[in-house]
Design a protein around this ligand. Sequence first.
Ligand code: AMP
Length: 248
Amino acid sequence: MNLQHDRSAWLHGPPSVCQAQPVHPRQCRRLVLLGAPGVGKGTQAAFLSATFGSCHLSTGDVFRTARQCGRENSSPALKDALTRMNRGELVTDETVLEIIRERTTCLACRGGFVLDGFPRTVPQADVLDAHLGYEGMVLDAIISYELPLPELVIRIGGRRTCPVCKAVYHVDSRPPRTPGACDTCGSKLIVREDDQPDAVLVRQEAYQRNTAPLLEYYAKRKLLVHVDAQGTPEEVFARTITALGDKR
Ligand code: AMP
């Protein structure tokens, strides 16, 4: 698929317009990634996106982009969202769904999508369902990445992120070629504020309370595939492709 990944429509919302040209809609996938914070959803989303041409849609990246562009004070809802995010709490459904409503063209894209971080609650999943139903689209699979808690904490502790192109590294298992600098765009890598130890515990708790119930929600529809997230990103990706099988 000759899809130019152009996430500005997703990251910035309107009036940014997507320039991507999906040329092989038959190949496209509509996937949702689930898994506790630190499990590696962002890394796998990037691999899946490169393989299937479907755009990587991360709600966390939307909030981080808003902060980076200095939009904290543009609305009380966004300010509240970024405060909650720093503490490791979930942003309210109301604000998340407002962000999604502004970006429904991304969800209706003929090139498909890899949703990373949305839905995170049952009400969010209901809205996604309703939207896809309206567009006459279906999800191909929901991939649940699974890893024991101690391993999750180690992964988050070593995570480094590019604030510009959002690439994700790990100091031990996926170091950048030049320490501290992004391989893709050269920007200085950072530790996300919500990767600090206090916020990490809050995030794990929020996942168990709000997002884990989605496993049952999607299992009932026979769309759920489980993937063991131990090992290198490449090993996990190979497992993902096997688990997806002919789901589409
Ligand atoms: P992520 O990059 O997916 O780990 O998201 C980072 C943070 O953004 C989360 O810890 C939440 O504070 C917020 N966030 C992202 N997506 C959602 C969502 N769908 N629902 C609620 N909060 C979200």
